[in-house]
Ligand binder design. Structure first.
Ligand SMILES: C[S@@+](CC[C@H](N)C(=O)[O-])C[C@H]1O[C@@H](n2cnc3c(N)ncnc32)[C@H](O)[C@@H]1O
Ligand SMILES: [Zn+2]
Length: 272
């Protein structure tokens, strides 16, 4: 089956989850579109994703960044994080990753979950969603704004939000009765090798952003995950390209690295 047909069939099976981003009505998938009762219609792209932005947005994240991020994540650097999140998801039946980037985290985590579940990934950067649809099958890949998500109330058991901005009102709206949010925050050691190489390694604190999570959700669980992951020399150029940390460097940079530090806080909270 062609990739676009496989995507359309995945969309058709999940069409009951969508709500129109313009009028909030239910939507159905027809030939090449998803359309609401008031005829607001969004094209299904041939590459196997859907763009549901009501206005185009230009972001700083480009195709090369997402491609680099994809290559980097394939090499297992985030495996302990994926293991942890898949354990937290357990037997849940549906997950949406808001700010999914190029989709590898969602794909790898749901592979580890090891049972069929509805998966959706949404990002405001079209290039991210296009890269996701290029590499990962059987998910709703959607260009959209996480502050105005085109899915119905209570439609997901798990909202994932990894190293991305949050909108807790919207996250809570999307959660099913027993659902929860899993958010990953960078901590002070996250990719510290890059900050040590290019900056003065100023102290970074995520306390303020975690505070907003804790004020917005309930039954909070928190866990810090810190480890060093070995990386081979071929991965260094991808690492340099995949993060805004190196955007302001004008000259070409060479860096010898044998490992990188992953240092994150994983917070889980319910809507209440
Ligand atoms: C640092 S990246 C993290 C991407 C991915 N979760 C990862 O860990 O590889 C932040 C992502 O948030 C996305 N983003 C920023 N604002 C957004 C919004 N309002 N709605 C959806 N995505 C957004 C960006 O396009 C970008 O892909
Ligand atoms: Zn509509």
């Amino acid at each position: 089956m062609k990739k676009v047909d496989r995507f359309k069939s995945y969309m058709k099976n999940s069409e009951q989850l969508f709500s129109c981003p313009i009028c909030a009505a239910s939507m159905v998938v027809d030939d090449n579109h998803i359309v609401c009762k008031q005829n607001h219609s969004f094209d299904i792209a041939k590459k196997g994703y859907i763009n549901m932005m009501t206005q185009p947005v230009h972001t700083k994240y480009d195709k090369d960044l997402f491609e680099a991020r994809y290559q980097f994540i394939q090499h297992g650097v985030y495996k302990p994080l994926h293991d942890k999140i898949s354990e937290l998801i357990g037997q849940r039946q549906s997950v949406i990753d808001l700010g999914c980037g190029e989709g590898s985290h969602l794909a790898k985590i749901t592979e580890l979950v090891n049972h069929d579940m509805i998966r959706a990934g949404l990002d405001i950067a079209k290039e991210g969603v296009m890269t996701a649809s290029k590499y990962h099958l059987d998910a709703i890949w959607c260009v959209g704004d996480l502050a105005q998500v085109p899915f119905k109330d209570s439609s997901f058991d798990v909202v994932l939000n990894i190293l991305s901005p949050a909108n807790y009102g919207e996250f809570k709206r999307l959660l099913s009765d027993d659902g929860f949010v899993i958010k990953v925050f960078p901590n002070s050691g996250y990719l510290k090798e890059l900050r040590e190489a290019f900056y003065n390694n100023e102290e970074y604190s995520n306390e303020e952003t975690k505070k907003r999570f804790k004020e917005s959700l309930c039954d909070i669980q928190e866990e810090r995950l810190t480890y060093q992951a070995p990386i081979s020399a071929e991965l260094v150029p991808f690492l340099l390209k995949m993060t805004p940390l190196t955007w302001n460097l004008n000259e070409r940079v060479d860096l010898e690295l044998k490992e990188v530090t992953v240092d994150v806080d994983i917070l889980v909270g319910r809507g209440g």
